[in-house]
Design a protein around this ligand. Structure first.
Ligand code: FES
Ligand code: FES
Length: 197
């Protein structure tokens, strides 16, 4: 349960989270976002903050296994819930199959979008272990890659889902067409949103 602690001029709130399997108790300001708490209090800097407006998906983390935008999700709303970040995907130093697939498919360029992509794809594969290509495109539509490397990202998710698609066959993945995209952020032709950093 959330406790409101009185401090001079400011209410602060005690929250309890389980972050990547580790119970954490924190006192936060009600205005603090989950991304701020993860990055600045817990030193989990995998989730990136770029647009800061729930547009790009760079800050995607999981709350009770569902993807949320950490830049707009208030930390107090995560009280009593399980939070998953990219730092929790590997187990005992072993990359998750999805992380390995991103490497196999060279599914990143600058890598700024990658943690968010990984978390969104993790949630997608949890819900749909064997997604179609369209399912993957739909599942990642809230995540923008400013380097526009969408095809390797899609290939990586399909590989992790058991598609066993080696990198040498990446070019065989059908390209996203503008008709398919229709303003979809996964359309390689879509203009990237300007960073507001
Ligand atoms: S930084 Fe949160 S959606 Fe862009
Ligand atoms: S790899 Fe650069 S933004 Fe996606």
């Amino acid at each position: 349960m959330t406790d409101v602690l009185q401090a001079p001029g400011l209410d602060r709130v005690a929250i309890e989270l389980v972050v990547n399997g580790v119970p954490r108790r924190l006192v936060v300001e009600p205005r603090e976002t989950l991304a701020e708490v993860l990055r600045d209090r817990l030193d989990l800097r995998g989730a990136k903050v770029s647009c800061d407006a729930q547009v790009c998906g760079a800050c995607t983390v999981l709350v009770d296994a569902l993807p949320v935008s950490g830049c707009t999700f208030l930390a107090v709303d995560a009280d009593g819930r399980r939070v998953g970040t990219v730092e929790g995907l590997a187990t005992d130093g072993e990359l998750s199959p999805l992380q390995q697939a991103f490497i196999d498919q060279a599914a990143f360029q600058c890598g700024f979008c990658t943690p968010g992509m990984l978390m969104a794809a993790t949630a997608l594969l949890e819900e749909q272990p064997h997604p179609s290509r369209d399912d993957v495109v739909h599942g990642l539509e809230g995540n923008i890659c400013r380097c526009t490397g969408y095809e390797p990202i899609i290939a990586a998710v399909l590989q992790a889902a058991g598609g066993d698609m080696p990198s040498s066959r990446r070019e065989e993945v059908p390209a996203v067409t503008s008709a398919e995209a229709g303003g979809d952020p996964l359309d390689p032709g879509t203009e990237p949103v300007e960073s507001q950093q």
